[in-house]
Ligand binder design. Structure first.
Ligand code: NDP
Length: 294
């Protein structure tokens, strides 16, 4: 009987932890939940049948998941928890974290006999609710294999390399999201200023080679509707773009386009607000073009 714990019941963690409960109910295990703001853990327990615990209570877990904004918050929890954890515990970090932090965190936890995997996810809040997230894992193959049966929120699981590789792939993926979003926005701003109706332009682009998830889903559903529903914060995308640039730098790679878009996303986060949805980055582009995308 496995006891899992999920720490960080945010936009992603809350629905991810619900899948752990469903799996535990089928197999006879337990699911503990902890959140900085405890009300959310209480609500999760009432809504899904998890057990809300204090940080000390988390020490009962065999497998421990975290999904926090950045590696810095994971560091805080490692400092608080590592001395209390039993040897052999597996710590699976689903935060979109930093590869350097992952290597340090694995070492720090290893000193207590605890194994660490970087296991960021993609698929957004809708993927978290549906249990179809893609999980990209960094760490030794045997630890990844030990984690696999517990990834109840996953639709696809890929070991991408050693410790830190999961975070690196996630950062580059989100950098590509930023590039596609920004580039599609630039093209549409130019077309809008030329008098083209943007719905018609997208109709063509989405049946053609210029399409992307940004043109097919994000822009029509969130930007043209002017709704910008907050599911993934712009500040978190700016953080991911910064990590991607660190990956570029430490690999001594040449990636001028990524550097430019990372700068624009950082600027958009400052101007529009880090708590806005990531698609609201295009509001900065609208200001730059005196052209609303609608
Ligand atoms: P949210 O802002 O919705 O949730 C953040 C969570 O972290 C909350 O539970 C919050 O607790 C907790 N938290 C914040 N600061 C601390 C702290 N100092 N100590 C302990 N807990 C803390 O973020 P998301 O769920 O959107 O994102 C989580 C991670 O997943 C990020 O790394 C993000 O980049 C990544 N991600 C997000 C996706 C999305 O679509 N939203 C998609 C894929 C990855 P509290 O409730 O108390 O504020």
């Amino acid at each position: 009987m496995t006891t899992t714990a999920f720490l960080g019941l945010g936009a992603m963690g809350y629905p991810m932890a619900a899948h752990l409960v469903r799996q535990a109910q089928a197999s006879g295990g337990r699911t503990l939940v902890w959140n900085r703001t405890p009300d959310k853990a209480q609500r999760h327990a009432q809504e899904h049948g998890s057990e809300a615990v204090t940080l000390e209570g988390v020490a009962q877990a065999d497998v421990l998941f975290t999904c926090l904004p950045t590696s810095a918050e994971v560091d805080e929890l490692i400092s608080a928890l590592a001395p209390q954890l039993r040897s052999g515990v597996l710590w699976v970090d689903c935060t979109s974290g930093h590869p350097d932090a992952a290597r340090r965190q694995r070492e720090e936890l290893a000193a207590h006999g605890v194994k660490f995997l970087d296991a960021p996810v993609s698929g957004g809040t809708s993927g978290a609710e549906a249990g179809t997230l893609t999980v990209m894992l960094g760490g030794p193959a045997e630890d990844v294999d030990a984690a696999r049966p517990h990834l109840a929120f996953a639709g696809k699981v890929v070991r991408v390399g050693d410790t830190g590789a999961g975070f690196a792939v996630k950062a580059v993926n989100n950098m590509l999201l930023a590039v596609n979003l920004w580039a599609a926005g630039e093209g549409l701003a130019a077309l809008g200023r030329s008098g083209v109706e943007l719905g018609a332009a997208l109709d063509v682009i989405n049946a053609s080679s210029g399409r992307s998830n940004a043109s097919e889903n994000l822009i029509p559903q969130r930007v043209l509707t002017r709704e910008f529903p907050v599911t993934f914060a712009l500040g978190l995308l700016a953080k991911d773009a910064g990590i991607a640039l660190d990956v570029v730098q430490s690999a001594r790679a040449s990636a001028p386009t990524l550097a430019q878009v990372a700068g624009l996303i950082r600027a958009a986060s400052h101007v529009v607000g880090p708590e806005q949805d990531h698609t609201a980055a295009l509001k900065l582009l609208e200001q730059m073009n005196a052209q609303e995308l609608k």
